[in-house]
Design a protein around this ligand. Structure first.
Ligand code: SF4
Ligand code: SF4
Length: 110
């Protein structure tokens, strides 16, 4: 099982970050999430960075997904760099970010 990210569907609501941290630390903050927004200075440009156990960082931009390094624009205000965070554990088998994403940007694939 893994997460598939279609960033063209992302509206930048940040719900995935919040629900990931809530699942980890029982608090609503984006400080410990394994998935974070990737934002560049372009109108309606939203992407995501996911820290995975097996493939390292996966950067999903509107242009497509690729393994990669965290872009400086991926940090939210005060956010901890994603390299210092725990990798995604797929919420133990029921990925909550995929369930909560309002646009279907995050889907679960086998
Ligand atoms: S919950 Fe979905 S739409 Fe919202 S920021 Fe995350 S991926 Fe984007
Ligand atoms: S599946 Fe769970 S641990 Fe992985 S990014 Fe989504 S909410 Fe976070």
């Amino acid at each position: 099982m893994r997460l598939n990210l279609e960033s063209l569907r992302c509206v930048g609501c940040g719900l995935c970050e919040s629900v990931c941290s809530l699942n980890r630390d029982s608090v609503l903050t984006a400080m410990s999430s394994s998935i974070i927004l990737h934002i560049e200075d372009k109108v309606n440009y939203f992407g995501l960075v996911l820290k995975t156990k097996d493939d390292g960082l996966v950067v999903a931009r509107p242009e497509g997904s690729s393994p990669g390094e965290q872009h400086p624009g991926s940090d939210g205000p005060g956010a901890k760099p994603i390299l210092l965070r725990e990798p995604c554990d797929l919420c133990g088998g029921e990925p909550k970010c995929a369930k909560m994403c309002p646009t279907g940007c995050i889907t679960v694939v086998d």
